[in-house]
Design a protein around this ligand. Structure first.
Ligand SMILES: *[C@@H]1O[C@H](CO)[C@@H](O)[C@H](O)[C@H]1NC(C)=O
Ligand SMILES: *[C@@H]1O[C@H](CO)[C@@H](O)[C@H](O)[C@H]1NC(C)=O
Ligand SMILES: CC(=O)N[C@H]1CO[C@H](CO)[C@@H](O)[C@@H]1O
Length: 262
């Protein structure tokens, strides 16, 4: 008798956990994995209490104080326009994924900053990629026009594709071109994030896609960057269920499961 009564709360607890399980499983797909980093050794290292460190602190204070409402910031210790840039000027560029603005962008910034400090200690320049943001520090402003082709990385989902690969490839390419035209149109608007998402059925499977450029790019810059990234690297993700294409100025991802906040 006692043991049966005693077991009721345990059963209830198990039942509650079972009820919670679906949402837990879903939320597991919204990851903020560390993906990749690149320290730039040509720009050198800084010393404690140096001019660069002071400038970097100023820029970081500025970025922490900003709302990050649009998920993007390019800040410096210098005022705009960025002309005649003295040595040891610090620039910080942050681009958050389109579903991770505001407080989520701030929390990704904190993660990325401590990640960059660990991976590239005292480097004056470096880039780090997480699922939800890209952080870049530098002594010069790369922004405003230039597409940065350095540090391209293809990250494949290790799971192999099953079924009709030829059809998958054909439809994935068509879907890629669709997203590409959608996101590149935004480059001609003066404002707004360069971000596009979508999904498409391939047989019985649903493929989810996301493309984004940093807000530094405009006019056809976003198109040129993403076309190079996704269409000029056809072997990236070949035969796999998913793929992330990482660049400094743009990135894209495709998976057979949802990976964005809706
Ligand atoms: C590193 O910085 C230099 C400028 O000092 C730049 O020319 C070069 O492209 C950067 N390298 C990478 C891999 O970002
Ligand atoms: C700091 O950020 C504000 C906007 O949030 C900007 O107006 C200001 O120029 C920035 N200052 C520096 C030194 O970058
Ligand atoms: C990587 C991962 O956790 N993927 C899962 C995302 O959610 C779907 C169900 O919605 C699962 O089938 C995936 O395995």
């Amino acid at each position: 008798m006692y043991s049966i009564f005693g077991s009721v709360p345990i059963l209830a607890a198990v039942a509650i956990q079972l009820l919670l399980l679906p949402s837990v499983v879903l939320s597991l797909n919204i990851t903020n994995e560390y993906l990749h980093h690149a320290c730039n050794n040509t720009q050198g290292k800084y010393k404690p209490w140096s001019v660069f460190e002071k400038n970097l602190d100023i820029a970081l204070k500025n970025i922490s104080a900003s709302s990050l409402r649009n998920g993007y910031a390019l800040v410096s210790n210098m005022n705009r326009p960025y002309k005649n840039i003295p040595p040891d000027t610090a620039f910080v560029m942050l681009q958050c994924r389109g579903d991770s603005y505001g407080s989520m962008c701030h929390s990704c910034l904190a993660t990325a900053l401590s990640g960059l400090r660990k991976k590239c200690p005292r480097n004056k320049a470096g880039t780090i990629w997480y699922d939800q943001c890209t952080l870049d520090i530098s002594t010069y402003s790369a922004g405003d026009t230039r597409i940065l082709y350095d540090n391209y990385l293809c990250m494949e989902n290790p799971k192999d594709l099953s079924g009709d690969k030829e059809m998958f490839d054909k439809k994935k390419t068509a879907f890629t071109k669709e997203l590409l035209s959608e996101v590149s149109k935004l480059g001609y608007d003066s404002k707004g994030p360069l971000y596009a998402t979508g999904d498409t059925m391939i047989g019985t499977k649903k493929l989810y896609g996301m493309m984004q450029c940093t807000d530094e790019l405009y006019e056809n810059g976003c198109y040129v960057c993403l076309q190079w990234l996704t269409l000029y690297h056809p072997f990236c993700g070949d035969g796999k269920q998913g793929v992330r294409y990482l660049g400094r100025s743009c990135n894209a991802r495709f998976e057979l499961y949802p990976f964005l906040r809706t």
